[in-house]
Design a protein around this ligand. Structure first.
Ligand SMILES: *[C@@H]1O[C@H](CO)[C@@H](O)[C@H](O)[C@H]1NC(C)=O
Ligand SMILES: *[C@@H]1O[C@H](CO)[C@@H](O)[C@H](O)[C@H]1NC(C)=O
Length: 339
């Protein structure tokens, strides 16, 4: 018979172990670094700004060599996009994919912590969609040749417009147009243990549905449950959108495919409900929330990238110019705490 104090010490150790294992404290926050501005700081200054704000991860939309150089030995984890213009060539030409990986990944892989290569951003469905999976396969093979296929995962980033049904969340399913491309892509992701990257914008859902969605639901400030979907209760729109994509994945054999939120944000100017106060509220609440997971995946921290680092003055329409956490001067638009 075990003596009491042994049992309770074991129980306490177990309890501590559980507390340590609970992922609610995990912060998996990155920030997207878009460069569509003619007044942005040098990449080396930008990397220093990430470090000084304790931002641990970055998404880069193309393999900008100065940015990759600056990231060397920064300890910042990186999502690197394959830009749309390269998709056709990488899809049809294995040696072009090999060159792309050698020049943009292998050349930096001892210093830069590449996490995902994103083959195309929001190109499914559409006229470039057919290139995505073949390019993913060629990039995967090229990473394998470089011995990097286990540490760097290959994926693609989709907008939530790939959903044909998004409400209630458990009814989420891909539209038939998107499904044509996503069905084999989801199989590829599942067999490689890679996540699907999803750009999630409660802001645009709210703006386009102001009659039915209250802003509190979009800003994570509702005091209680807003949507009950069977056993799942939703207090914020972000979770409802992410879970609709999880439900859609489950319907096409992707139950084990995780979602990484590759963009989410709120504009501080230039559109409906686009104020500094709302942008700060959304982004700070997002940072504070994602460690908890969603009702469908409770406790599973969602790796999330805020869109975006800087206001970009060459984007259109105007609302798209104002998602930045920082002005090009590197002054904060509003204060945000990443830690
Ligand atoms: C394939 O890519 C290689 C390397 O970039 C290039 O030299 C070759 O011309 C390309 N082939 C075709 C058919 O485009
Ligand atoms: C959701 O799916 C269920 C089961 O297929 C169906 O009965 C229900 O009508 C759907 N709800 C909506 C709002 O479409």
């Amino acid at each position: 018979m075990a003596n009491r104090s042994t049992v309770s010490r074991a129980a306490i150790a177990l309890l501590l172990g559980l507390l340590i294992a609970i992922p609610t404290g995990v912060k998996s926050i990155g920030v997207c670094y878009g460069m569509q501005g003619n007044n942005l700081p040098q990449p080396s200054a930008v990397v220093n700004l990430y470090k000084s704000k304790s931002i641990k991860a970055m998404r880069l939309y193309d393999p900008n060599q100065a940015a990759l150089q600056a990231l060397k030995s920064s300890n910042i984890q990186l999502i690197l996009d394959v830009p749309k213009t390269a998709l056709q060539s990488l899809a049809s030409n294995a040696s072009a994919a090999n060159d792309w990986v050698q020049e943009n990944v292998k050349a930096y892989s001892t210093g830069v912590s590449f996490k995902y290569i994103t083959v195309g951003n929001e190109v499914i469905p559409g006229d470039q969609a057919r290139y995505v999976l073949p390019a993913m396969r060629n990039i995967y093979s090229a990473l394998s040749s470089a011995g990097l296929q286990n540490q760097i995962k290959v994926s693609t980033a989709v907008a939530t417009s790939v959903l044909g049904v998004s409400y209630p969340p458990s009814n989420g399913s891909f539209s038939s147009d998107a499904l044509t491309y996503l069905s084999p892509i989801v199989k590829f992701l599942a067999s490689n243990g890679a996540p699907l990257l999803v750009n999630v914008y409660p802001y645009f859902s709210y703006v386009h549905n102001q009659n039915t969605i209250k802003i509190e639901y979009a800003l994570f400030t509702s005091p209680g449950t807003v949507v009950t979907d069977g056993q799942y209760k939703y207090q914020n729109l972000f979770d409802a959108i992410v879970d609709a994509v999880y439900a859609a994945l489950e319907k096409v054999g992707g139950s084990n495919v995780a979602i990484v939120v590759s963009e989410s944000g709120w504009p501080s100017a230039g559109g409906t409900a686009a104020t500094i106060n709302n942008a700060k509220t959304y982004n700070q609440n997002l940072i504070n929330h994602v460690g908890q997971g969603t009702p469908r995946r409770p406790g599973k921290a969602i790796e999330t990238y805020i869109f975006e680092m800087f206001n970009e003055n060459q984007k259109h329409p105007a609302v798209e110019q104002n998602f930045g956490l920082f002005y090009p001067s590197m002054q904060a638009v509003y204060s945000i705490n990443f830690t």
